[in-house]
Design a binder for this molecule. Structure first.
Ligand SMILES: [Zn+2]
Length: 81
């Protein structure tokens, strides 16, 4: 798409300059949601692999390990009041 690097899933989600505008919007939304769950927000995701996993499937067991939700919050669907 941009010609820089391999066209992997990770490249499209995290790096591709052609998708920068879309990624900025999505990242802002994601950061706000994660910050409501945990005060450190996206800072919890130290590796590119963890961030890719979050974007692809936020219900994955690895994401629950990173965020460490309290049991009631982990079983209650997210609801914005
Ligand atoms: Zn690209």
């Amino acid at each position: 798409m941009c010609g820089n690097g391999d066209e992997t899933l990770q490249h499209f989600l995290l790096d591709c300059e052609k998708l920068e505008g879309t990624r900025k919007i999505g990242t802002k939304m994601l950061a706000e949601i994660i910050k409501e769950i945990h005060p450190l927000g996206l800072l919890l995701f130290n590796t590119r692999e963890d961030l890719t996993q979050l974007i692809m499937d936020c219900s994955h067991k690895n994401i629950k390990r990173i965020i460490q939700l309290p049991m009631d919050a982990a079983t209650t669907p997210y609801r914005k009041s």
